[in-house]
Ligand binder design. Structure first.
Ligand code: ADP
Ligand code: MG
Length: 196
């Protein structure tokens, strides 16, 4: 069976700083892989390389067995939820979540339904018209999750996505993420420093 994602000796350095030592990874289709490591161990760097946002210094990446080391981010079919949320500051919550659907030219009725479902999933239905700066950190993180899940990418990278949430909401989102994994049949890589 061919791995969905595979790295061979993939690495990254910034001048003299080693951000990621040579890493071999095999992630099978539909797998839910969790990577646990302390702050500074290269977790974010690895996800950025997989998503195509950072060019590796060495090694190779294969997607479905094909060399994708230099494939553009937009052509990889990989969604990422960033540690820093990365919401568009000038767009409302609704428009932030609709953005990936507009890029894919989804029709209006389907888009409205998909955005509504994504907002419900993260319990943010009444915040559709707010701007990101009018939300708490935890609320912004929920919108970042909704914006990734709304277009149902087949590979989803989650970079410490629950860090800013309080315990109750974190547990809710953990079970939401698990059931999304089941429903979507997508491949998930979940990165955390939280041993719990
Ligand atoms: P983690 O996500 O596990 O906390 P990172 O992948 O963010 O770790 O960082 C790994 C190491 O690489 C850290 O020492 C960090 O300071 C360094 N690093 C990450 N990005 C850069 C960058 N753009 N320039 C210089 N050093 C970086
Ligand atoms: Mg990180």
């Amino acid at each position: 069976m061919t791995a969905r994602l595979q790295t061979r000796a993939i690495s990254k350095h910034y001048d003299s700083v080693t951000a990621l030592s040579p890493t071999d990874l095999d992630v099978m289709d539909g797998e839910f892989l969790t990577l646990l490591g302390p702050s500074g161990s290269g977790k974010t760097t690895l996800l950025q390389i997989l998503a195509g946002l950072v060019e590796p210094s060495g090694g190779s990446l294969f997607i479905n067995g094909k060399d994708a080391t230099h494939t553009a981010a937009g052509e990889r079919g990989i969604g990422m939820v960033f540690q820093s949320y990365a919401l568009f500051p000038h767009l409302s919550v609704w428009e932030n979540i609709a953005y990936p659907l507009r890029m894919r030219k989804m029709d209006k009725a389907a888009m409205t339904a998909a955005v509504r479902d994504a907002l419900e999933m993260v319990q943010m239905g009444s915040y559709a018209n707010r701007l990101p700066r009018e939300l708490s950190g935890g609320q912004q993180q929920r919108i970042a999750l909704a914006r990734c899940f709304v277009y149902k990418p087949s590979v989803i990278l989650l970079d410490e996505p629950l860090g800013a949430l309080d315990k109750k909401l974190r547990e809710h989102m953990q079970s939401e993420i698990r059931s999304l994994h089941k429903d979507l049949g997508a491949t998930f890589i979940y990165v955390t420093h939280d041993q719990e």
